[in-house]
Write a protein that binds this ligand. Structure first.
Ligand SMILES: Cc1ncc(COP(=O)(O)O)c(C=O)c1O
Length: 423
């Protein structure tokens, strides 16, 4: 094994204080089979720090009440916490105003909100929707359903051999018929970071709306929706230290104002008669019914935590760890690593296969060494087929992961080679 840690530290002397961070995550001290768990499944869901858990507990312990309606202190405090979280998220992604920040359940719901509300109102027969071949099912299926319903076309930006989006034919794929272009900011299988500026530029030339799936990018790198130039940006709380059950859709105000509501009922109305209703202001027009209040407050605490660390440092830590992991893993015989090879141009997600060992068998074996990784198609069946694999094993990092955990992964993979007789 090559020790690249000194070199890495030279590159970035000012990285995260991981030892201090780990103290905020008691779950990382849990033992499995006599060892601390190396949690390397952050692409699926992150862990939550005490600060997030405590913010939610405090709501339940001290001021649990429904929001917007009550004039008593608990309800007012809950409303302040929940609405304050919208403001925190708005600052986190540099939205023009918190009114553009809609709380949903997750990325999947955020993308469906755009497909149902904007899509049903704006896509017509013969229009085209452009996506890419590397998308998560959550950023594919809603567009398939919309295209089928509207008799619209669906086109895809292809991928190069090394797992980058291939923009060679972008000007043909995105053309005058294109009404919507959508892609993931960071691939959950390959770690690929998409060339946002080039795609947005072309989409805007033809007047198309741009939807970015930020499920893997918002937790791991600085995001500025104004600088990205997109129209919608979707992400999930549970992948960025927040709780499950809360997600975000950011959209440009003028688009959101013009869109019909998605979920109708309580809280999203201004006036209701027996015959008809009018809609509330943003963001409430898109937040029908009692929302996930504790979860919204928890997401606010998660955003506080990440903001305090600094998203530049979060990204830097993951570049260092990914570079180290890629270098260590490159030496393992029979290991195929998918996706770009330069850690500076990709996220901390590494998909791989070891010879013809089934990824589920490999993941089960690593679990015996208390290494938690994911195996499967990662909700990206078309991409897995393009990789000519049935599945992959995936390690994905976050702020609390260490080079020692990477060493454990690498050692376990060498051990697996022996056990599966690849030696
Ligand atoms: C790129 C990408 N998009 C969308 C999703 C869906 O996120 P959620 O399950 O939180 O809706 C995921 C989750 O893994 C993802 O990685």
């Amino acid at each position: 094994m090559i020790d690249t840690r000194d070199k890495i530290l030279e590159i970035a002397p000012e990285s995260l204080d991981v030892a201090a961070i780990r103290q905020d995550f008691p779950i990382l001290d849990e033992f499995e089979n006599g060892q601390k768990v190396a949690y390397l499944d952050n692409g699926a869901s992150s862990q939550r720090p005490e600060q997030v858990i405590n913010a939610m507990l405090e709501y339940y312990h001290k001021y649990n009440a429904n929001i917007h309606r009550g004039v008593y202190r608990w309800s007012e405090e809950a409303t302040r916490g929940y609405e304050g979280a919208h403001r925190k998220v708005a600052r986190f992604i540099n939205a023009y105003t918190p009114r553009e920040v809609i709380f949903t359940r997750n990325t999947t719901e955020s993308l469906n909100l755009v497909a149902y509300s904007w899509g049903r109102a704006n896509i017509r027969e013969g229009d085209e929707i452009v996506s890419t071949v590397i998308e998560h099912h959550s950023n594919l299926v809603p567009w398939q359903v919309l295209a089928t319903e509207k008799n619209a076309g669906l086109r895809f930006i292809p991928m190069t051999k090394d797992g980058q989006l291939d923009l060679t034919d972008l000007d043909t794929i995105v053309n005058e018929k294109t009404k919507l272009v959508t892609f993931s900011h960071m691939s959950n299988v390959l770690g690929t970071i998409s060339p946002v500026a080039a795609i947005v530029k072309r989409a805007k030339e033809v007047g198309a709306v741009v939807v970015i799936d930020g499920a893997q990018s918002a937790p791991h790198m600085p995001v500025d929706v104004q600088a990205l130039g997109c129209d919608f940006y979707a992400f999930s709380g549970h992948k960025m230290l927040g709780p499950t059950g809360i997600g975000v859709l950011w959209g440009r105000r003028e688009l959101l104002e013009a869109m019909p509501p998605f979920i109708t009922g309580g809280d999203m109305i201004r006036d209701v008669t027996l015959a008809r209703s009018t809609w509330n202001d943003l963001p409430w027009k898109f937040e029908g019914g009692t929302p996930s209040i504790a979860e919204g407050i928890g997401l606010g605490a998660a955003v506080d935590y990440l903001t305090k660390l600094g998203m530049d440092k979060v990204r830097q830590h993951e570049i260092e760890l990914t570079a180290y992991a890629l270098e260590q893993m490159a030496g393992i015989p029979d290991l195929t690593i998918y996706g770009p090879t330069d850690a500076r141009t990709r996220g901390g997600i590494i998909s791989f296969n070891l010879g013809d060992v089934h990824p589920h068998d490999l993941a089960t074996m690593l679990d015996r060494d208390a290494i938690a990784i994911r195996a499967g198609h990662h909700c990206c069946q078309p991409l897995i087929e393009l990789l000519e694999a049935t599945a992959t094993t995936r390690a994905s990092f976050y702020i609390y992961n260490t080079p020692e955990e990477v060493d454990r992964l690498v050692a376990a993979l060498y051990k697996a080679r022996k056990i599966f007789h690849l030696d």
